[in-house]
Design a protein around this ligand. Sequence first.
Ligand code: GLY
Length: 354
Amino acid sequence: VASIIVKTAQGEYPITIGKGVIKEIGDIVLRAWPGKKAIIVTDSNVAPLYLESCRAFLIEKGIETHAVVIPAGESSKSLATLTTLYDAFYTAGLSRTDGIIALGGGVVGDVAGFAAATYLRGVPLLQVPTTVLAQVDAAIGGKTGIDMPFGKNMVGAFYPPYAVVIDPDLLDTLAPRRLSEGIAEIIKYGCIKDAEFFEAIETGVCDWRGGIRRCVEIKAGIVERDEFDTGERMLLNFGHTIGHALEQVTGFERYTHGEAVAIGMVAALRIGEALGVTAPGTQRRVAQVLQVWSLPVELPPATVDAIIHALGADKKRLGGKIHFVLVKEIGESLLYPMTIEELTGIVARVYRHA
Ligand code: GLY
């Protein structure tokens, strides 16, 4: 299977994509780090499905294999989980020539990745994403971190993995809402970078499984050109500014991340159309594709005031001037610098029909 190579400030890593590539994980580990020990970090949802088979593929290649299972869910992205992981690494006798395998969705990848970045000042890391969202986004590009009481992802590090293994077969067990939320991110790639790809997804010429490779190529290119998120990489935040505010004001419970991003993308397109930046009709077209996947597209009117307030209150995290992502037309996006006041002003104008 041909790998996609990502160059980083520290070297490069391969992303191996293909049905059934999980079976090759033993060889991939042997190529990734010199030691013969691996610790699989996974969660309570994924462990019953894939932990034993993954462990068996490693053991058959002579790799000493340990496992830590953390509770599924965002609350595991915490300092408490880090302590659990560091203890487990110490007990297993992990050295800097051995490595950590993050087997799971975004939460596992982020917290195991940050543990790998910091234990012994950095031990090798292999990302094995098991959700669409993690396969097309979170597992690529080296962002790791945890949540703090004062905000999500507030502590972390850029820490590139030694390799990424993407096996679409691992998605067979995904719950429908988890699948849809990943598809929101797939549609996002089409919107920001690739009109042809968007159309292929829109018309069904390309099914979402086939689309994963294209998304990985797009993301790999972006993070190679802007590893540390100071320019082009911010385009990946399309739909995320309002999406994040919506998640926040609804207590991170009502919507999955991808559902909130779907609503946020449509909101950003509506704002873009109001500003005269986005081609008229783009909002409708994107909303239609999202709805095919049962994704919500309407910002609930009752949340508008709270969102405006949350964006204002989030000034510390967002900074004085934010780079709001707008789409000019499908496949072409841009960073549109705005103050928070300008953003909340336009949200109010567009949604309160002032
Ligand atoms: N998930 C956004 C990024 O990797 O930059």
